[in-house]
Structure formats: structure tokens, C-alpha cells
Ligand binder design. Structure first.
Ligand code: FAD
Ligand code: EPU
Length: 341
């Protein structure tokens, strides 16, 4: 078949830069290829792991099955009116390239999500979010292929069960679908969302009279570059844990003890979101290093591979962070990264 790579190392295909291998790796550029690969996987009884950019996975051991690297690309305008443009995008398209395509046309909706690494198709998995905006806000639908028999299903907004870093694809539909494309509605009359952190100041610093989506994206890029390690330089998968959502009462108790503790509104009624990075830093773990891996020195929510760390070592570090935070705050951090064991 025309899609097998010669190599079997997954090191170039996960942003943690962990050295593990697969029994075989396929590069998939179109739907037909994916269906043929699926047929092969099913008839040979092997397991399939789908990877986009590998920027939200921790590979803990060699993968005995097949890995599909998704490169199904392309942006298609499927509808347009005076208010909006609806685009259907191949799931293997690079997410940041889609954001740049959108802002170059003055379209609004995803500019706050600039520079999130990885593929378009992984976006709905955890409902990617940053700087006060989530994918779900522009999402129309996605097209998915069943991993059981290749049949197609459309998931509308209500079917996806989006929440904070959550969707049905991390819950009851986990491991059942290949996301083939997603459809988003982008606005011709963008309403800028500048309330998160220092985003408004960063946009003002650009000195543009009437900032639009392109300036917001640029400001987000500037902030992200100053805070988050570039995986090309230092292996990481972004935030390792989700920000915990705790009952209002618990948040109040903590605020009495730590009045400067950052808090955020939660979509869950009666809950408040805390900053896991702050909790980890309070435990004295910011910059903590354990062999070849550690807690990033500028962003405690990011675990990093200084070179040569195994998935197991990074997982052990994550468990140590989890236990330490639990002991001090009685809060159990939940991984955001998909642990592939
Ligand atoms: P992968 O890591 O390849 O896959 C993630 C999971 O989705 C795996 O379980 C995989 O099997 C599955 N999957 C991937 N593609 C498909 C598909 N087409 N069909 C079915 N299953 C699929 N995330 C945020 O939400 N906000 C941020 O601000 C953010 N910042 C980050 C910063 C850095 C420096 C890094 C390294 C990561 C960051 N992330 C962030 C996490 C990550 O970029 C996102 O989760 C991204 O959507 C992952 O895309 P990917 O293609 O690399 O997914
Ligand atoms: N903080 C600390 N110490 C730290 C890190 C953060 O005290 O070491 C404090 C900050 O000072 C701030 C608060 O925690 O008051 C929040 O920090 P930040 O704005 O950097 O965001 P975050 O909660 O660490 C979340 C997302 C990121 C996203 C940013 C911006 C999660 C799990 N993470 O990080 O997403 O880019 O907000 O919206 O929700 C990712 O998912 O991989 C990711 C990077």
C-alpha cells in the first residue's frame, strides 16, 4: 500500500519528543486511504492510534499496532452570507494555519486560539480553548468515520457534549471515531474578546488604531511565545493537567487563606475554576527537575522533557505533582494530556 512510512520511530511525531516505536506508521492524505488503512487494521486484528500533531499525547510505551498520521488537509468555503463564512476543513490541516487563513480575511471567531499546535481534527477532542475562547463557540458540525466499519456520521454541536477541555470523544465516544473534517462559522463582523489576562494591554501595545482579528491573533502569539516553551526547542505537550473546578464553598475557603489566588468562572453551575499552575507553584514545584524531565520554570502547568526522558519518567513526574498538590490542597488534578499506555 502507498501510505506506509519506512520508519517506525514515533519520536518526530510527538511534541514531548519521547522515543517509542510503532509496529508501522502510515501517512494518510485522503479519506480513501484512511478507509483502506482501516480495512487493513481490522483484517489483521491490529490496534490503530490516530495522531495529528502529537501535541497532546504522552506515549508511555511502544505501540504494538499501527499509527495513522493524519494529513487530510484543505479549507473549503461551504456557505457565505452578509454575516458569516462557513468553512469545512480537513482534519489533518494545521490548526494555526487555519487561524491565519481566517484572520488574513478579516474573519473573527478563532483568533484567540492562534498558535495552538496540532491538527484541526484534534480540536473537538478536548474542545481546544485559550484566552477566553473555546472551539465550541464557532463550531457547526464535524464529519466522523466509524473505526468499526468506516461508516460516516455527522456530529452537530449538541452531539459533541462540549465542556471545558471536554467532549463526548473523551467520554462515551472515546476510541470509536476518526474525525474527518470540521465545519466552523466565522464572522464577518468580529466582536473582539480581550478580557482574558493581559490580552487587551498586549493588543493596545501593538499601537493599531482599530485592531481586528489579525491584531488579536498577533497579541496572543506574543503572549504565548513569552510564556510557553516551544516544543521544537523543549519537549512538552502544553498544560499537562486541566485547571480544576471546585465547589464555590471550597474556593471561598482557599481564598480566605490565599486572598491573591487566581480564580475563573466555570461553565459548571456552583463551581469555580482554579489555576492548576498556581497550585503547583504554591507546592514549590515550579522549576522542579527530576532526571531528564521537570516542571517548566516559567509555567508550572507544563511538564518538559529536557532530552531523553521516557514516557514513564514523565508520567512518574506527573504522579508526583498530582500527589503533592493533593496533599497540600486536597484537590486531585486531572491530566489534560492523553496518556497512551
Ligand atoms: P494529537 O496529540 O495528535 O492527538 C490528541 C488526541 O486526539 C489523541 O488521543 C489522538 O488519538 C486523538 N486524535 C487526533 N486527531 C484525531 C482525529 N482526526 N480523529 C480522532 N481522534 C484524533 N490545547 C488547548 O486547548 N489550548 C491551548 O492553549 C494549548 N496550548 C498548547 C501549547 C503547547 C506548547 C502545546 C505543545 C500544546 C498545547 N495544547 C493546547 C494542546 C494541543 O495543542 C491541543 O490539544 C491540540 O488540539 C492537539 O492536536 P494534535 O493534532 O497535536 O493532537
Ligand atoms: N500561574 C501561576 N504559576 C504558574 C502558572 C500560572 O501562578 O506557574 C497563574 C498565572 O499567574 C495566572 C493563572 O495561573 O494567574 C493562569 O495562568 P495562564 O493564564 O498562564 O493560564 P493557565 O491556566 O496556566 C490555561 C490553559 C492553556 C491556555 C491558557 C490561556 C488549561 C489547562 N490550560 O493555562 O492551555 O493556553 O490558559 O488561555 O486550561 C493547554 O491546554 O495545553 C494550554 C496551554
Amino acid at each position: 500500500m502507498d501510505f506506509w512510512l519506512k520508519e517506525t520511530s514515533l519520536k518526530p511525531y510527538n511534541t514531548f519528543g519521547v522515543e517509542v516505536s510503532a509496529s508501522s506508521i502510515a501517512l494518510v492524505r485522503e479519506e480513501g486511504q484512511f478507509l483502506r488503512l482501516l480495512e487493513h487494521v481490522r483484517s489483521s486484528g491490529r490496534q490503530l492510534l490516530i495522531l495529528g500533531g502529537g501535541s497532546n499525547v504522552l506515549l508511555v510505551r511502544d505501540w504494538a499496532g499501527v499509527v495513522a498520521l493524519n494529513k487530510i488537509e484543505g479549507i473549503h468555503v461551504v456557505d457565505e452570507d452578509s454575516e458569516s463564512v462557513v468553512v469545512k476543513v480537513g482534519s489533518g490541516h494545521n490548526w494555526h494555519r487555519l487561524v491565519m487563513w481566517s484572520v488574513e480575511r478579516g474573519l473573527g471567531g478563532i483568533e484567540n486560539l492562534a498558535l495552538i499546535p496540532g491538527s484541526v481534527g484534534a480540536g473537538p477532542m478536548q474542545n481546544i480553548g485559550a484566552y477566553g475562547v473555546e472551539l465550541s463557540e464557532t463550531f457547526v458540525e464535524l464529519e466522523a468515520l466509524s473505526l468499526k466499519d468506516g461508516t460516516k456520521r455527522i456530529f452537530g454541536l449538541a452531539d459533541c457534549g462540549f465542556g471545558y477541555r471536554h467532549s463526548v470523544f473523551k467520554a462515551q465516544e472515546k476510541g470509536k471515531w476518526f474525525i474527518r473534517s470540521i465545519t466552523l462559522r466565522l464572522s464577518k463582523r468580529p466582536e473582539l474578546r480581550l478580557d482574558y489576562g493581559n490580552l487587551r494591554e498586549e493588543v493596545q501595545r501593538l499601537g493599531v488604531d482599530r485592531p481586528g482579528p489579525a491584531e488579536v491573533a498577533q497579541a496572543v502569539i506574543n503572549i504565548r511565545r513569552s510564556k510557553l516553551p516551544d516544543p521544537a526547542v523543549l519537549g512538552n505537550a502544553g498544560s499537562f493537567f486541566k485547571n480544576p473546578e471546585v465547589p464555590m464553598k471550597r474556593a471561598q475557603e482557599l481564598l480566605t487563606e490565599y486572598p491573591s489566588m487566581p480564580t475563573y468562572a466555570s461553565q459548571k453551575p456552583g463551581f469555580i475554576k482554579l489555576a492548576a499552575g498556581w497550585l503547583i507553584e504554591q507546592c514549590g514545584l515550579k522549576g522542579y527537575r527530576r532526571g531528564p524531565c521537570g516542571v517548566h520554570e516559567r509555567q508550572a502547568l507544563v511538564l518538559v522533557n529536557y532530552g531523553g526522558a521516557t514516557g514513564r519518567q514523565i508520567l512518574d513526574l506527573a504522579l508526583h505533582v498530582q500527589e503533592t498538590v493533593h496533599r497540600k490542597f486536597d484537590i486531585m488534578l486531572e491530566p489534560e494530556v492523553n496518556i497512551i499506555a
